[in-house]
Design a protein around this ligand. Structure first.
Ligand code: GAL
Length: 751
């Protein structure tokens, strides 16, 4: 397999258009209530420029009563829940049953200067959920049904360089594309790209590395090939190669790797324009003997599946929050993410290039017709530049095709199409157990060893490259050890099932011919709260909850996926109501031996089995549980879990990335210990130069608001001692005020 030099093209001038939008709900059932759009004598398809119309896409439309929003924006976060709403989408009142909350209109003004006339301009939307229609100055630019495609519109001839211009978008989330929460609206970034008239197509600069040479591909827009000159800069900005030809010679390149995600920058000069493109040089290959090789070295993919939504903001995650989540995954030892089940956002790919996390980028819908190929091409075009992307997934669990020979034909044609766009990467499909479709695959992704005879398939087909595309991490609610309505203890400990997380990891770790495994999932996501139903609205499959707070299984993964010493004992010891009951006490740890002492009585030292856990039994009585971890006979860790007193105070701390502060509010007892079962309402206010984007508590059965109506003040119960607030900082003077029942107000300054 050829070495790759990959890039993510930055346009000559790229300006964010995330600020300054106006928003209003429309109506999916009634064109009259949908601002009359489509009811006009001459609608937007009848005449190119709708000068006689009144609708939102017309320049003269009055949007002064519309809400001011900035992007990314997911309007579903503000909608209530209802038991009859879609289980898949987390019982939020959006979708075909709710026409009045399923269409959203956006408008934004934009001006240009007369000096810019003669340049080329494109509007780029990284993703709109869904079925987006876009207008510029009343002129229809086009429609994109997919909620996951990057959309780029040439607006050059429609621009008024002397006056105001109007961008208008209508998104219609009536139909679901996934069986998981997808949000609604312009939930990814929007850009204005300015170039000279002769320029590459969007995503049209990409590179390949082979035999000491970096070949640059420039795909020209409108068939107008221009002259390009190239320079490759190292990470310090020194030119290491330059050429008039699209080939750069580089001896002994600094490779991109998960531990050392080294990026060069390719400068492509076209006339006056300079395109800067990050380039990572690496090889990636799945094979039947080693599983997966990165730069020729076997790497176990320690992966997670992730959907693209987070507590408080839904699918409208700012780039900083996406980065925060990826960093939390890395803390667990994760080195790979599968973008289930849709193409990744350009932002996620940039972040993973930078942080050294591998990506399996996944197509949404299988098929070989124009629409399917367009979506496939979109994914490859925006992803092939990125060193983080190591595999294209053509689909997931296509039950209707898995046992049908037509599945093989479709998969083969899709695979060939992808190879035409990117000859450097393999393709896969994630399988639910079918026997036919798998015959045609390059790389075999298996969802759950319990429904796929992975061992048997390897025995019958030792030539098949194999990895675990999904495996259950345990499914449970953070801090819940006894079933409650809408919440559940992790199935690993209930004895009704096998310990699923250990079963999964032991299998993939124990079989060196596999490429590793991707947990279902890294973080909880909204929707499909299986096996529960309303009032549960959030899935509980995550290693971390919907806010990124750790569940017990996260410690199991950290113990076996990192070199850091880990010792975690659970459950917590605030089990009021269970006095006298026998409790299973578990320890996740990578120590050699662990001793457990409960309420002063030693229950003995036990040897930790590889990739396993330890357990003891003790009758519950308030008090103290002490775990001591030993390595080579020496005690290296001590973990204490105590029955706490009542909640009396709050404490906040923040992790800041760029202008986003991810604030954790903890509920403490008088001795400063987190009260692990405290679920009290907390009042939150942001003062100064900031606003609250949203808040979350990780409780799957929380049905209250997650955003502040005024941007600054809201109330949310802490769940099992914790609460998260996402604060957008617009300056340095930002303060969060928190207060709760019996907990006096505290001010926390966010720097
Ligand atoms: C898988 C599917 C995932 C998710 C999961 C829930 O079959 O691929 O998207 O639905 O089940 O258990």
């Amino acid at each position: 397999m050829a070495l790759l030099g990959l890039c993510s093209a930055l346009y000559a001038q790229t300006v964010s258009l995330n600020g300054g939008w106006k928003f209003s709900l429309g109506n999916a059932a009634s064109p009259q209530k949908d601002f009359g759009a489509g009811t006009e004598y001459f609608n937007y398809l009848t005449k190119a420029r709708s000068i006689h119309n009144e609708g939102p896409y017309c320049e003269k439309f009055d949007d002064s009563s519309w809400q001011e929003v900035s992007l990314p924006h997911d309007w579903v976060t503000t909608l209530p829940y209802a038991p009859e709403a879609s289980h898949s989408h987390g019982y939020k009142t959006v979708g075909w049953k709710y026409p009045e909350t399923s269409v959203g209109w956006y408008r934004r003004r934009i001006t240009f200067s007369p000096e810019q006339e003669g340049r080329h301009f494109a509007l780029r939307f990284d993703g709109i959920f869904r079925n987006a229609n876009v207008w510029f100055n009343g002129i229809w630019m086009g429609n994109e049904p997919s909620g996951y495609a990057v959309q780029s519109y040439d607006i050059t001839p429609y621009i008024d360089f002397d006056g105001e211009n109007i961008i208008c978008v209508r998104a219609d989330a009536t139909l679901e594309e996934g069986w998981f929460y997808e949000g609604a609206g312009i939930y990814r970034n929007v850009w204005l790209e300015e170039t000279s008239p002769v320029h590459p197509t969007p995503g049209g600069i990409w590179t390949e590395w082979a035999d000491g040479k970096l070949s640059v591909h420039v795909e020209w827009a409108h068939g107008q090939a221009g002259e390009a000159r190239f320079r490759l800069l190292d990470a310090a900005g020194n030119a290491v190669a330059s050429s008039q030809e699209p080939v750069l010679t580089l001896s002994a390149p600094h490779l991109w790797d998960v531990e050392d995600p080294y990026l060069y920058t390719l400068e492509t000069r076209i006339g006056e324009d300079v395109y800067r493109t990050p380039v990572g040089i690496r090889t990636a290959e799945f094979n039947a003997r080693d599983g997966f090789l990165l730069n020729g070295r076997k790497l176990i993919l320690k992966g997670v599946n992730l959907h693209q939504d987070h507590a408080g903001v839904g699918s409208g995650m700012p780039d900083e929050l996406i980065e925060w989540r990826v960093r939390r995954m890395q803390e667990l030892g994760v080195n790979a993410i599968r973008c289930s089940h849709n193409p990744a956002s350009p932002a996620l790919l940039d972040i993973c290039d930078r942080l050294g996390v591998l990506i399996i980028d996944e197509n949404r819908l299988m098929g070989i017709n124009d629409h399917h190929k367009r979506e496939l091409e979109n994914m490859v075009r925006w992803g092939r530049q990125h060193p983080c992307v190591v595999l294209w997934s053509l689909g997931n669990e296509e039950w209707g095709l898995e046992n049908d020979v037509r599945g093989i034909k479709i998969a083969r044609e899709m695979r060939e199409y992808v190879h035409g766009l990117d000859p450097t990467r393999q393709t896969t499909i994630a399988n639910a157990g079918g026997a036919t479709l798998i015959e045609g695959l390059e790389v075999h992704g298996y969802n759950y060893i319990i429904q796929n005879d992975v061992q048997g398939r390897h025995a019958r087909h030792p030539e098949w490259p194999i990895f675990g595309s999904e495996e259950t991490s345990g499914c449970g609610t953070r801090g819940i050890y006894f079933p409650e309505e809408g919440r559940m203890p992790a199935i690993n400990r209930t004895h009704e099932y096998e310990n699923v997380i250990e079963r999964g990891w032991k299998f993939y770790h124990g079989n060196a011919w596999t490429g590793g495994v991707f947990w279902w999932t890294g973080l909880d996501y909204r929707g499909e709260p299986n096996p529960l139903q309303y009032p549960a609205t959030i899935s509980e499959f995550g290693l971390l909850d919907y806010c990124g707070f750790w569940k017990d299984e996260a410690w199991y993964i950290k113990a076996w996926w990192t070199e850091e010493p880990v010792l975690h004992v659970f459950p917590h010891w605030n089990l009021a109501g269970h006095e006298g009951e026998t409790i299973d006490l578990w320890v996740y740890s990578n120590c050699d031996e662990v001793r457990l002492t409960v309420n002063g009585k030693s229950l003995g030292k036990k040897k930790m089995p590889a990739d396993g856990h330890l357990s003891w039994k003790a009758a519950y009585k308030p008090g103290k549980v002490v775990a001591e971890g030993y390595k080579s006979g020496k005690r290296i860790l001590r973990e204490v879990v105590e029955t706490t007193g009542p909640a009396v105070k709050l404490e906040a701390s923040a992790q800041t990335i760029g202008t986003l502060a991810v604030v954790t509010v903890k509920v403490l007892d008088a001795k400063g210990r987190v009260v692990p079962d405290a679920c009290l309402p907390v009042k939150l206010s942001v003062e100064g130069e900031g606003r609250i984007l949203g808040a979350g508590n990780g409780d799957p059965a929380y049905l209250g608001p997650e955003t502040p109506a005024d941007g600054h003040n809201m109330e949310m119960p802490a769940f099992n001692g914790l609460l998260q607030v996402l604060v957008q900082k617009n300056g340095t003077d930002v303060r969060l005020r928190c207060s709760g029942e019996r907990c006096p107000p505290v001010y926390f300054s966010i720097n």
